[in-house]
Design a protein around this ligand. Sequence first.
Ligand SMILES: Cc1cc2nc3c(=O)[nH]c(=O)nc-3n(C[C@H](O)[C@H](O)[C@H](O)COP(=O)(O)O)c2cc1C
Length: 127
Amino acid sequence: MRLWKLSYISTAVAAPDEALHQLHEICARSDDRNARAGISSIATVHRGRFAQVIEGPEDAVRALLRRIMGDPRHHSVLVLADAPLVERRYADWSMTYRDPKAFIHDQIDDILKQTADVVRAMKATWH
Ligand SMILES: Cc1cc2nc3c(=O)[nH]c(=O)nc-3n(C[C@H](O)[C@H](O)[C@H](O)COP(=O)(O)O)c2cc1C
């Protein structure tokens, strides 16, 4: 089974304080379930928007996205990344809340690493 990565942002239905509370509750409830499905994930909420990165076997990731898309606690789910994954980034976290700053820092690190990987691959084809 291919390893897959998916990330999205969505708009919370509840007011910001309540949305944060909901996300903590979702993390607590999802931890075991994600672990059993081979899913690793981080999530945050900022200014009324949820954001989540999901990694795992492609089927499990797609099944989870279907459930998440049908969840009435948010709407306007916008998928930002939907691609095969070589190596997990959040292997130790089955569903972990990250504060918005830490979440963004992780994403920037990812982009820099991906860019470095692409440059390395391109250089390899030039020689
Ligand atoms: C922002 C957000 C993130 C969520 N992330 C997960 C998750 O990683 N894993 C999970 O099992 N459910 C997650 N859920 C909850 C699912 O949408 C769903 O309520 C839950 O999986 C139970 O599904 P079921 O009632 O069909 O069994 C999330 C919900 C929201 C709103």
